[in-house]
Design a protein around this ligand. Sequence first.
Ligand SMILES: NC(=O)c1ccc[n+]([C@@H]2O[C@H](COP(=O)([O-])OP(=O)(O)OC[C@H]3O[C@@H](n4cnc5c(N)ncnc54)[C@H](OP(=O)(O)O)[C@@H]3O)[C@@H](O)[C@H]2O)c1
Length: 183
Amino acid sequence: MHALRSRCDAVIVGGGTVRADDPLLTSRGRRDPEPLRVVLSRRLDLPAQARLWDQAAAPTLVAHGPEPPAEAVARLEALGVERLALPACAPAPLLEALARRGCNRVLWECGPELAAAAIRENCVQEVAAVIAPKLLGGLPARTPLAELGLTAMEQVRPWIALPPRPLGGDWLWRLQIPDLPSG
Ligand SMILES: NC(=O)c1ccc[n+]([C@@H]2O[C@H](COP(=O)([O-])OP(=O)(O)OC[C@H]3O[C@@H](n4cnc5c(N)ncnc54)[C@H](OP(=O)(O)O)[C@@H]3O)[C@@H](O)[C@H]2O)c1
């Protein structure tokens, strides 16, 4: 993940991942400057203390919709975290705003809710699936994608699969959209 982040201009998570994981989201020094860490949140119900708020590690941007809750805005401003109001709190307007800042290679390192929204809005060109030789069952085994609104196999978009390759003790499997520009 550190190497993958180091090839990106920005790494995006949703508010759910910040609340659940308190991630650091840096490349651990593999890239200078570190990728921009981006949180997309509608409610801005974000923890008062989080590793993302430490701007010495890497820059952080919190993006939200046009009318964020005033109290939450005040909390973020007190923390000194940069905010970005989007015309809508959604993946496509976020990517447009990031592109205007020069962030063109962007990693969605979010949970299932935002990942599904990004795919629904055609904001994903490549999927990197890491398959680990571990068995999980029951409630903790969440799926990596939330509702995609697909009810028939004919609706499922075909991806081009690159050959899986070993990654430590795991396997990395890259899936690309058919018309992905080379490079
Ligand atoms: N295995 C992995 O690689 C990986 C990576 C990341 C996370 N996770 C796991 O994922 C779980 C969290 O799942 P999650 O789905 O809550 O995380 P998420 O997708 O990162 O965050 C969901 C949140 O994104 C925000 N959001 C803003 N605009 C949105 C939009 N248009 N559509 C959807 N969401 C939008 C909302 O935040 P607000 O509620 O703040 O408004 C929403 O609750 C945790 O258990 C975490 O460990 C796993």
